[in-house]
Design a protein around this ligand. Sequence first.
Ligand code: APR
Ligand code: PHB
Length: 389
Amino acid sequence: MRTQVCIIGGGPSGLILSQLLHKAGIDTVVLERRTRDYVLSRIRAGVLEFGAVNMLRKAGVGARMDREGFVHDGVYLAAQNRGFRIDFKRLVGKQVMVYGQTEVTQDLYAARDAMGGVVIHQAEGVTPHDLKTDAPFVTYHRDGAEHRIDCDYVIGCDGFHGVSRTCIPASVLNTYERVYPFGWLGVLSQTPPVSDELIYANHERGFALCSMRNENLSRYYLQVPVDDPIEKWTDAAFWDELRRRIPEDAAGRIVTGAAIEKSIAPLRSFVAEPMRWGRLFLVGDAAHIVPPTGAKGLNLAMSDVHYLYEALLSRYNDRDEAALDGYSACALARIWKSTRFSWWMTTTLHRFPDQAGFDQRIQETELAYLESSDIAQAALAENYVGLPY
Ligand code: APR
Ligand code: PHB
């Protein structure tokens, strides 16, 4: 088989890049190692920057999001049982969309099907070859046979544990990492959200986040030791702890219910440079991971896709490779700004095991300064709604 762009990974990055390129008349094939059901079973974050919202609309995938998503004008930050609101719309004139990543992925798959997009599932042993030549190809196994796809470019949209980043020689690849000494216990419950907007709470017992998917589907997170056994967190234990960490007025409104999904995830910041090796380009989690505190994971993947899509368009329509040559530096400039913001939100809102009294006071002062200063709030707002592409 031959295609112009071979994309490894059928998550959000790979699907939207394939959709945009297909709409621009550029041939793609997506190789996904899992089944579609498996990919769609993943519960991920739920906040879209305005840039990501525009990307989905541009890809022709925004209709259900615009119907069922929730536009939020701000968020609440809380500490010491007091909360205050950051009004994005007033401060920076922009908003965010609350719409689950699972829904985004479902909509992308539906759009790919509608256009006859080629997404090959259960592709095993995907291996890129000859990346430093002008005739790269990718091999994979499926149905007991080996297959080969010849292409112009290979795009690694295969996430943190994918194969593509490993194709960049260790002598060339630089990685930067911060592993946080705690995890997030996430719970999905068919209960009405406790607030009309998200609540990020700093508390001496640990961080808590109140989010939602719709008027009867709530998403909550608690900072817990990353090695906590999930069995320790019965529904009752979870609801009791959540009540302790958020302001009393919100705690009094909580409607409890059975968790329909419960898991503990580690938190890390990770960036790999460069995001190109010959005809291979990295996109999304294949190149970077952010702690979910800033809700940047999917949104950073979207800006990577934006830069690479525009660069591939220049290459195929104008035979101009300048943007491809500049992709890595351009994407990394925005990636590092979002990495900084996600790190800052995480270090400001979480309790660290070795946290001394001084650190605690600095956190409290950071939040007090935010509460008192429109300028400080505007800086948070412009990062949260998404820096310009
Ligand atoms: N061959 C083929 N497919 C692979 C391989 C491989 N060797 N390795 C991983 N994959 C697939 C995974 O099964 C997954 O479906 O690549 C896809 C990568 O998707 P994500 O991990 O979702 O990464 P990305 O598309 O960049 O999306 C980033 O989505 O998962 C969240 O936290 C993530 O919010 C971030 C956003
Ligand atoms: C979510 O709704 O899953 C969510 C929202 C905001 C975050 C992280 C997760 O920062």
